[in-house]
Design a protein around this ligand. Structure first.
Ligand code: PLP
Length: 517
């Protein structure tokens, strides 16, 4: 046995210090705050899309693993020189892609503060204040959309995880046997578990959800929709009857509460009646549109939302908070606990004590969880419900203004009435108006080319989508910074590009509609 060293001998080894001296941290922090403030000041004039190719961006970051540490100031230079110039600016007032929030100022500060204490909001003990901020935030979100604030809920990474969380809970609570011990492998299962959503606007994340639950993608049954893109409830009823007669096990209907292309809201009250009649779970997928329920002038469209068993909504979409933040609410908190409860000696102290609080790890898919609630809580306090109402209203107003511009212009075709902040339309040169169907392939390519061109120009980020098989221009007006002037500027540019591209490519196409350019 070697002799242990004598205790009074000093330890000579160097101890690596992973922290910064407080004054150094402060100086770097001020530089970061300046960079953020400058970005928010400058972003309206920056190209929305950097336009560099995937290869160029990859090359920018092609460097070896740093063997030795670098100066923090040098690392912040990388932010200025490499990261920011290759960012797509969804903080711009003219970012209209996907459904993306614009990032709120209090949300930015909240992210830094949350990181500074680094609480893990998985359990009450490691995160007493974060837990209560989240609980309060969930109750406020529920109240905002007219859902019972005594509901359960949890913040997750986004709408997809919210839908997965909801569908797992639905299956646990609405299956004809207890799926806890044996899940899908139980002999008690007598048929296929089925979920219903509308055919056109049912969101693709529901495919992900049934897939992750291992129900198979065909478990998502597509219900025909009506002319306004909302679910045909008569057809829903017919499908449920038919599937049950075959011995299958319908367990959930997903209603779109603001759909991803046109902002359609399914008839919630009627669907809730069907769900009650057949004992099915009603989930409202309100990732992009549920918060519209806070507008009194839109409330009627949301009638029946309070009857849903669960609702998902994304604060990182139409509440504008920085990524990531999704949310799912459960009308009956017991259903949520039933789906996620679990025990392990290392999660709770073995013996009950006075500090046994609300543990979110037992109420959703994650164990370790960040302090997501802070950015929502702080932004809600900054704007208040009325401030949020004003911002949402401004976005709706922009969609309505765009619709008016489209309807007044002979070279554009309106395709639906604006409901919320999502709007689709087409550029159709007036000369082709009378025979749109014969030129449909050309028009698909033309509209795609217009969005590619406006994105490449840096003026705006606009994408296409498909509406009943046609390629259309789609704007998601989901930024608290967008003003009517932005809409007009972008509309004028879309028109100019449409004419330019049509002039270059369209003459031949008009003569022979199927020519591929
Ligand atoms: C965006 C969206 C989702 C998915 O949300 P993520 O946050 O992107 O995961 C689900 N449903 C609808 C209706 C959406 O708009």
């Amino acid at each position: 046995m070697p002799e242990p060293p004598p205790l009074d001998e000093p330890v000579a080894e160097a101890w690596f210090d992973g922290d910064l001296a407080p004054e150094d941290f402060r100086a770097l922090g001020y530089r970061v705050i300046d960079a953020i403030a400058n970005h928010l000041r400058d972003v309206p004039d920056l190209p929305v899309f950097a336009g560099r190719t995937p290869e160029e961006v990859a090359r920018t970051f092609d460097e070896p693993l740093p063997k030795h540490g670098q100066e923090p100031a040098r690392i912040l230079d990388d932010w200025d020189e490499k990261v920011l110039p290759n960012a797509t600016h969804n903080t711009s007032p003219r970012y209209f892609g996907y459904v993306m929030g614009s990032g709120t100022p209090m949300g930015i500060l909240a992210e830094a503060l949350a990181a500074s204490v680094n609480m893990n909001a998985g359990g009450w003990k490691p995160a007493p204040s974060a837990t209560e901020v989240e609980r309060r935030t969930l109750a406020w979100l529920a109240e905002l959309i007219g859902f019972d604030p005594a509901c359960g809920g949890v913040l997750v990474s986004g709408g997809t995880m919210a839908n997965v969380t909801a569908l797992h809970t639905a299956l646990r609570n609405a299956a004809p046997y207890d799926t806890t011990p044996r899940g899908l492998q139980d002999e008690a299962r007598t048929g296929r578990f089925l979920v219903y959503a509308s055919d056109h606007e049912g969101h693709v994340s529901l495919v992900r959800a049934v897939d992750m639950l291992n129900l198979g993608r065909e478990a998502l049954r597509r219900v025909p929709s009506r002319g306004d893109f909302t679910m045909d409830v008569g057809a829903l009823r017919g499908m449920i009857e038919e599937d049950r007669a075959r011995g299958d096990l319908p367990f959930c209907v997903v209603a779109q509460v603001g759909s991803v292309n046109v902002g359609a809201i399914d008839p919630l009250d009627e669907i809730a009646d069907v769900c009650r009649e057949y004992g099915l779970w009603l989930h409202g997928d309100g990732a992009c549109g549920a918060v519209g329920a806070m507008l009194p002038e839109k409330r009627l469209l949301y009638a029946g939302l309070d009857r849903a068993d669960s609702v998902s909504l994304d604060p990182h979409k139409w509440l504008y908070v920085p990524y990531e933040c999704g949310c799912v609410l459960f009308r009956d908190p017991v259903t949520q606990r039933r789906a996620f409860t679990m025990e392990a000696s290392y999660l709770q102290g073995i013996l009950p004590d006075g500090y046994h609080g609300h543990d979110f790890y037992e109420l959703g898919p994650q164990m370790s969880r960040g302090f997501r609630a802070l950015k929502v809580w702080m932004t809600l306090k900054h704007y208040g419900a009325e401030g949020y109402r004003a911002l949402l209203r401004q976005n709706v107003r922009c969609a309505e203004h765009l619709d008016a511009l489209v309807r007044a212009d002979p070279d554009f075709e309106p395709l639906h009435a604006p409901v919320l902040n999502l709007y689709c339309f087409r550029f159709v040169p007036a000369r082709l108006r009378d025979d749109v169907d014969a030129h449909s392939e050309y028009l698909d390519r033309l509209n795609q080319a217009i969005t590619d061109a406006i994105r490449a120009s840096g003026l705006a980020f606009v994408m296409t989508s498909q509406l009943r098989g046609r390629t259309v221009l789609r704007l998601s007006i989901c930024s608290h910074r967008t003003r009517l002037e932005d809409i007009e500027r972008v509309f004028d540019d879309l028109r100019r590009l449409g004419h330019d591209i049509d002039r270059e490519t369209g003459t031949a196409a008009a003569a022979a509609p199927v020519v591929v350019v």
